[in-house]
Design a protein around this ligand. Structure first.
Ligand SMILES: *Cc1c(COP(=O)(O)O)cnc(C)c1O
Length: 365
């Protein structure tokens, strides 16, 4: 084995199946007969790797519109995709106008001051109308004012964002959608967008002209009772057993000794810790998959490792250097979310930088 492989194998791996992300995009796009579908790739594509995810979508689907949170993400994405349409959610500040123009990135204007800053530009922009989330976007009063006055903007998109799109039966969804439809009716030639991942599954009334999913592209569940058919998890995290120890009854494991052996025990240490993000708050009932079985995580998660209990007979053949799945086909994001106080958004974006990352295009290679 060459040095490069030796070094690669010294850390745990994040394996990303880009073909799953491509298929998830097609599934989401297929939910509407009329609306186009963009991809939200902010926060490094939800922790998965924007530099790999964005080209995979651009080259293997008809996805041409991408959303990021801030301008630096936009500039980085422009380096990767020279021809894509890129929108930045966080808005426009006075010192940023030239950078937006120079990189052909479209700002999403969130208040009258930002609209003023872009007023004399010919380049396209978007406006965010707040219909109830009270985060970014024009307030209701500012919206009325905007619709009543003349403006010079080259508007290529208007958008709004849903408060609780994963709660399908909640009346807030319809209220927001109807407010947005009214705004959209007053700007009849401008494409409109309100649906994030959850919004897509609220039905055709929410699709407008452009859907903008994030988490479901990656196979995460925004909080629906179950992951919709055709949406699959795209990532796997695999660690390795560093050491195995035999403990007597009464011996403890790890910092602050929060776990004590109630029987003679065999434990294994794995090379993934809280610095890798994944297991931060799941000290309690987390499990890993090793040798075809689920094994419980025990004790406190350390910065660089976790311990698991492999006392049971079914683990007899587990040895040092064996692979351990911390997330994947057997330990789903769903399961990881259940034993953690974190949601799937936080689990994904919390993925650490230390993994040996492998990206696979599968059938699209
Ligand atoms: C993050 C974000 C999205 C994507 O949301 P998901 O729930 O991940 O699909 C869409 N629109 C806005 C404004 C966002 O901030």
């Amino acid at each position: 084995m060459g040095t490069k492989d030796v070094l690669k194998n010294s850390s745990a791996s994040l394996n990303v199946d880009l073909s799953v992300i491509i298929d998830n995009y097609q599934t989401l796009k297929g939910k509407s007969n009329t609306a186009d579908c963009a991809a939200v790739v902010k926060a490094n594509a939800y922790g998965i790797g924007m530099d790999k995810v964005a080209p995979a979508l651009y080259n293997h689907t008809k996805c041409r519109i991408f959303f990021v949170a801030n301008l630096v993400e936009g500039v980085n994405l422009r380096k990767i995709l020279s021809a894509a349409t890129i929108y930045v959610f966080n808005g426009l500040f006075p010192d940023q106008v030239d950078t937006y123009i120079d990189h052909n990135i479209r700002p999403i204007l969130n208040n009258p001051a930002q609209i003023g800053l872009w007023q004399n530009e010919k380049a396209p922009c978007a406006i965010h109308f707040d219909t109830g989330i009270n985060r970014l976007g024009l307030s209701e009063a500012q919206t009325d004012e905007f619709l009543n006055e003349k403006h010079q903007l080259n508007l290529s998109l208007i958008l709004s964002h849903l408060v609780r799109s994963e709660e399908a039966d909640h009346p807030t969804n319809r209220t927001q959608m109807e407010k947005f439809r009214k705004i959209s009716t007053e700007l009849p030639n401008v494409p409109a967008s309100i649906a994030n991942s959850g919004g897509i599954f609220l039905g055709p009334d929410y699709h407008f002209n452009l859907m903008r999913p994030g988490i479901m592209l990656y196979g995460g569940n925004p909080g629906l009772p179950k992951l919709p058919d055709g949406i699959k998890q795209s990532i796997e995290i695999k660690g390795k057993i560093l050491q195995i120890r035999e403990l007597d009854t009464g011996m403890s494991v790890g910092y602050n000794a929060i776990w004590t052996a109630s029987r003679p025990s065999r434990i294994a240490l794995i090379n993934v810790g809280y610095a890798d993000g994944q297991l931060k708050v799941s000290d309690r009932h987390a499990k890993v998959f090793v040798a075809g079985n689920l094994a419980p995580v025990i004790g406190k998660v350390s910065m660089d490792m976790v311990a698991i209990d492999i006392t049971d007979e079914k683990f007899d053949r587990v040895t040092v250097a064996n692979d351990v799945e911390l997330l994947g086909a057997n330990i789903t994001l769903e399961m990881a979310g259940e034993v953690s106080t974190l949601g799937q958004y936080e689990l994904l974006t919390g993925i650490g930088q230390r993994y040996n990352k492998n990206y696979n295009l599968g059938a699209y290679a």
